[in-house]
Design a protein around this ligand. Structure first.
Ligand SMILES: Nc1ncnc2c1ncn2[C@@H]1O[C@H](COP(=O)(O)OP(=O)(O)OP(=O)(O)O)[C@@H](O)[C@H]1O
Ligand SMILES: [Mg+2]
Length: 349
């Protein structure tokens, strides 16, 4: 079985999407790992980072996004194959051949609103659990790019993923954002919660003394499990967000200390994942509430529709409609192979 990691921080702009992209590309290029990236952010940043805009628009039109999958499963009660929502051959790095993506859609907040209005939280949780469980049969690592804040869907990933990984800037507000996540976990972990695989300090400028201080402060708290390498603030990393076909090499995209930092963080992450895997099996998470209890047995401020809110509009395909149509030609394909097959390359030449 693979392992799943929700990359999450309630604070925005700390480099969550950038880190998801770089981790996925490094895991593929240097470690031969198969990686599924799930874009759970309506901003669709990671989708656009990993594929050309036109391709994402094609998938949007073909209704092959996370929003379409969840609309079908959670609202319409149909059972489409999640694999047909997976885009293959993503990333503009030529050394990368095993990164896959379930793209996002800007209407994700409407879906979440409808899920709340119809009290489908338990169905959502079951759908996410089943998706992750099955995806881990095919992928070594599943990385979920979460939006800032604590939405209904983000909370569900946090409860169902094996781990969460919070990137942070070494500054006051980002560290406060991290504390919000920690407090939320402390107060609401009874219903299952991912384990902290460790904080990654990003956007660090070594020449700024206060950033060094915030970094040291974070590292001093063992519960943060701060990774030993911080990702530096670099123009190359900022530019990496621009999908740039035709493909470039890993070294061209992440030159010098940028690539080195991502490789060191990836190496450390793999060590932590292996260590977690070697531990005795944790008890199975509690079953989500039954559908008829949904929304009341497991309430949370983030998951509850505002009192008196008007009924939400139907999202995209809408409840009761048929499963999504066939994918756009060449957009996705049945290329996935269960992880048992030993066909991965082992590294970059
Ligand atoms: N190490 C870095 N050096 C330079 N720029 C960076 C670095 N990491 C991220 N950035 C840039 O910072 C901005 C925010 O990064 P990113 O979108 O990954 O953050 P995020 O946490 O995913 O944001 P959001 O909360 O909006 O989802 C982007 O312009 C990105 O290119
Ligand atoms: Mg992001």
């Amino acid at each position: 079985m693979g392992q799943s990691i929700a990359v999450m921080n309630t604070k925005g702009g700390v480099g969550k999407s950038t880190l998801v992209m770089a981790l996925a590309e490094t895991l593929s290029a240097y470690h031969g790992k198969t990686v599924l990236v799930i874009d759970s952010d309506s901003q669709t940043s990671i989708s656009i980072m990993l594929m050309a805009r036109e391709r994402w628009e094609g998938l949007e039109q073909a209704r092959r996004t996370l929003v379409d999958y969840l609309t079908n499963v959670v609202l319409a009660g149909t059972s489409p194959d999640w694999k047909s929502f997976v885009a293959t051959g993503v990333s503009d790095v030529d050394d990368v051949d095993s990164v896959y993506l379930i793209p996002s859609h800007m209407e994700l907040p409407l879906l979440e609103r409808e899920i709340s209005a119809k009290d489908r939280h338990a169905q959502l949780r079951r759908a996410i659990r089943a998706l992750l469980q099955d995806a881990k049969r095919y992928f070594d690592v599943v990385l979920i790019d979460c939006p800032p804040g604590l939405s209904v869907l983000t909370e569900t990933w946090l409860r169902e993923a094996d781990f969460y990984l919070p990137p942070t800037k070494p500054d006051y507000l980002a560290v406060r954002g991290l504390a919000v996540l920690g407090n939320f976990k402390d107060q609401h972990s009874g219903d299952g919660f991912a384990e902290n695989i460790g904080v990654v300090v990003n956007l660090k400028d070594d020449s700024i003394a206060s950033e060094e201080e915030w970094h040291a402060r974070l590292a001093a708290d063992p519960t943060n499990r701060v990774f030993s390498t911080a990702i530096p603030r670099r123009t190359y990393i900022q530019r990496a967000a621009d999908f740039d076909p035709p493909t470039r090499s890993y070294a061209a995209k992440y030159p010098g200390d940028s690539g080195l930092a991502f490789r060191q963080v990836t190496q450390e992450l793999l060590g932590r994942l292996a260590e977690a895997r070697a531990r005795p099996q944790a008890p199975t998470r509690a079953e989500p509430s039954r559908p008829e209890e949904a929304g009341s047995a497991n309430p949370s401020p983030a998951a509850t529709a505002p009192a008196g809110a008007p009924s939400a509009p139907s999202v995209r395909t809408g409840a009761g409609q048929a499963a999504a149509p066939a994918p756009a030609s060449g957009a996705t394909g049945p290329v996935l192979v269960e992880r048992a097959s030993p066909q991965r390359k082992t590294g970059v030449a």
